[in-house]
Design a protein around this ligand. Structure first.
Ligand SMILES: Cc1cc2nc3c(=O)[nH]c(=O)nc-3n(C[C@H](O)[C@H](O)[C@H](O)COP(=O)(O)OP(=O)(O)OC[C@H]3O[C@@H](n4cnc5c(N)ncnc54)[C@H](O)[C@@H]3O)c2cc1C
Length: 417
């Protein structure tokens, strides 16, 4: 029996395109990704076969604009589609996000910002190179931003630098938690562009550029044996004086900082993997208590009021999470009002924390046999814990921003107190 969509197209008013992409993703992930998820998780290995399927299905180009040969999905359409993948393999959905962001950010998000004709023209030429690689050759892009300092949170300039040289840039630095490391074909790196070696790095000079995985000076180091999201293979990347040609930029210089500040919802793209996990943990519990999990003896427990109450509580949390998330992704746009932005932070926090809340309730409710490694629930539980840690909008930082934004208007201080 196929699972019902997370967001029923009629009830939630999805377009035909959104409904079709969600169906395609759900069917592919349920049939192919779900049976492979245990192995990837156990071995902390990258879901290579899933990416071959994603390439064959055309979903690798989901956010490549239609005129360039992709599906042209906007942020909302992508998020709804990716959540369906997250139900069956969280690590695939999370790494898919890293790949897709390189297209969404350079595609629909930038198309909605005002750039002068020269910059727009330059950008369209640049992105055509990347889109061609993805659509024609099934190439995969990663998104290593984190460095272990304050840069990925948006509070400091990136320590990784790109020094201007003849015909391109020399990249030097280190990125931690680089999902898809050793498996992506290109690393879409955020770094500080320097015209001379003694120039100081600044956030204004942030550059977004794709480094070929096999370029001289690129190496992947360190082990990867984490608690959850093990299939993301998020090891450390070292760039040691790596030459990258000018045309490898994913956005013209100076554009990334503008995009990040005017399109803050771009950071919500880490949530669909966890929206899918929340749904999966709820679905599992219902099936388990109904005695419908294949290979398990029927557990006759659903008649107990405590079980019914627990499932009701899970359903409440799931409905609240879905409603807030759906509203936040529906109203995403450049230059959101403070009210809309605060809702985006609230939605991010809610999805990340509630995916874990539902997963832990699922384990308590289903009981000891449900947390055996032969079943997916304990993986959902471990994977779900990782959502709140993702910078720049970690659960803690969302609370920080919400509290400040509620109590202070823009530019307001306590100096006159
Ligand atoms: C499974 C997984 C996959 C990942 N994949 C990628 C990837 O592909 N690319 C990528 O770039 N990153 C990736 N990350 C990294 C992630 O986005 C964070 O950068 C990382 O989890 C930060 O860990 P840390 O210990 O360095 O956090 P720290 O920077 O030490 O922060 C710890 C906590 O302190 C809080 N904090 C941080 N800065 C501040 C501040 N200035 N003020 C107040 N509180 C603060 C935050 O809540 C944060 O959670 C991944 C992480 C995980 C877990």
């Amino acid at each position: 029996m196929t699972d019902a969509p997370i967001f029923d197209p009629q009830a939630w008013g999805l377009s035909d395109e959104q409904a079709n992409l969600c169906t395609q993703a759900r069917e592919l992930a349920a049939e192919k990704f779900a049976p492979r998820a245990t192995e990837y998780d156990r071995n902390a290995s990258f879901p290579t076969e899933n990416y071959q399927d994603l390439a064959a299905s055309g979903l690798l180009g989901i956010c490549i604009p239609k005129e360039s040969g992709g599906h042209g999905a906007d942020l909302k359409t992508y998020m709804l589609t990716a959540a369906e993948i997250g139900r069956y393999c969280g690590a695939t959905a999370l790494t898919f996000n890293m790949h897709v962001s390189s297209c969404l950010w350079t595609g629909d998000l930038l198309d909605q910002l005002d750039l002068d004709d020269h910059l727009r023209d330059q950008h369209h030429k640049m992105r055509a190179l990347h889109y061609g690689r993805i659509l024609n050759d099934g190439k995969i892009y990663a998104q290593p931003f984190s460095e272990g300092g304050a840069a990925a949170a948006g509070f400091a300039a990136f320590g990784t630098t790109a020094l201007k040289v003849d015909g391109g840039w020399k990249i030097t630095g280190k990125k931690i938690f680089a999902s898809l490391s050793g498996h992506a074909d290109y690393y879409g790196v955020l770094c500080s562009a320097l015209q001379t070696a003694d120039e100081k790095s600044s956030r204004r000079n942030t550059m977004y550029i794709a480094v070929h995985a096999d370029a001289k000076g690129v190496s992947v180091v360190g082990e990867w044996d984490p608690m959850g999201m093990r299939g993301t293979v998020s090891r450390t990347l070292i760039f040691d004086d790596v030459f990258v040609p000018d045309e490898a930029q994913l956005m013209p210089q100076g554009v990334y900082p503008k995009a990040a500040s005017r399109w803050p919802h771009m950071f919500m793209t880490l949530t669909p993997a966890y929206m899918g996990i929340a749904q999966a943990a709820y679905d599992f519990t219902v099936s388990y208590l109904r005695g419908e999990i294949p290979g398990m003896p029927p557990v006759k427990r659903r008649m107990y009021p405590t079980k019914q109450l627990a499932v009701a509580q899970m359903r409440l949390i799931l409905e609240q999470t879905k409603a807030l998330w759906f509203q936040a992704i529906s109203e995403a746009s450049p230059d959101p009002s403070q009210d809309v932005l605060m809702r985006a932070w609230a939605a991010q926090h809610t999805v990340m924390e509630n995916a874990n809340a539902i997963s832990q309730l699922a384990i308590r409710t289903c009981g000891g046999q449900s947390m055996l490694k032969s079943l997916p629930l304990e993986r959902l539980y471990r994977d779900s814990r990782c959502g709140s840690l993702m910078l720049p909008w970690t659960a803690e930082l969302c609370m920080d921003m919400l509290g400040k934004a509620a109590l202070y208007n823009k530019g307001e201080t306590d100096d006159d107190a």
